[in-house]
Ligand binder design. Sequence first.
Ligand SMILES: [Zn+2]
Length: 380
Amino acid sequence: MEVCRQRRQQGHSIPRLSTLAAKRASREASWRPRTRDSTSTSSSLQPRRYREVKCVVIVAIDIGATWTRVAVFEQRRMLAKKVFGTAGGEKLLERMVEAVLELVDRGSIDAIGVGTIGPLDIRRGAIVKSPNIGGKTIELGKPLAKALGTPTYIVNDCVAAVWGEYVYGIGSENLVYITLSTGVGGGAIVDGHLLLGRHGNAHEIGHMVVDVTGFMECGCGGRGHWEAYAGGANIPKFAKKLVQVWAEKNPNIKRHKFYQSVLEGVTVEKLYQTARQGDKLARAIVDEINRYNVVGFTTTTNVYDPDTIAVGGSIALNNKDLVLEPIARAVRESRDLVTAPPKILPATFGHEAVLYGAAAIAEEPPKHLLKAIEYNTNNT
Ligand SMILES: [Zn+2]
């Protein structure tokens, strides 16, 4: 791929960390805030916080529970993307390197950003015993930086997404990103500071307890966690247990045509589609899932006091009418809030929020992330 041809013709070598830091410093020195109503004829991404940069090539990687996406950005525009199944994780590293090199020359990359499912050990850049990839631990930091000879920055996927909203999107100093997808996750910026935590897991909001009765078991082994009720991997199990409990009280439910589908393990897509068609049982299940979503959103709001919550993830984005809008309404009216209700909006970059976030992390890594990570050496 032709990236930054002019720079390569001039014989520039792979930038080192210090070079990128110098680029950042010079950009920040010339930074001027954009006004909200500023317009541009350029088709490239228009960041709110930074002036446009010259010729920075970023590889962004989004490691999801099901799919891994690899993309190349030049001057903040996504040029190309490859998607493959995360599939157990054994060959994940190898496949990521292959995909990157199919998209871009090794020597053209300025930095790599990775947003991944957790939990993480942020110092090593490792996914640690993730329930979403069969409890495996995968070292990414050192091997990726070494294989591609480029500074690499690895954070939780929702941390990447909230940083992407901060640098390229909404730009607010008090901002939360929540994903409702295979799992439930979040990232938070408080007073302009990206929360990371000791191990990089300061925002595992999907594992907050939303039900002290522990009706559902989470993939992590805990009980009553938000993700166990509203994560796509768990919704079919939750729906089944719900209708079984409801049927004990009201056996007539068993005659409902959707009841059998739920017992057999209805897909998330089918559940929301059936609810949208007006089926009462499907609608009752969706409403029950939303009760837990509202507890999660209100608690998150009370903890971080954001002015905006950007929501991503396929369940929220594909079902705005049945998920996003009812949650936003209920949070606005909630008596459980001890602070002002935030705006609740779809993520600026939709299904690609993590990719844009990973690009933002690589381009503008926060200082405390640079301090925490141990895997970028002089050899990268
Ligand atoms: Zn959990």
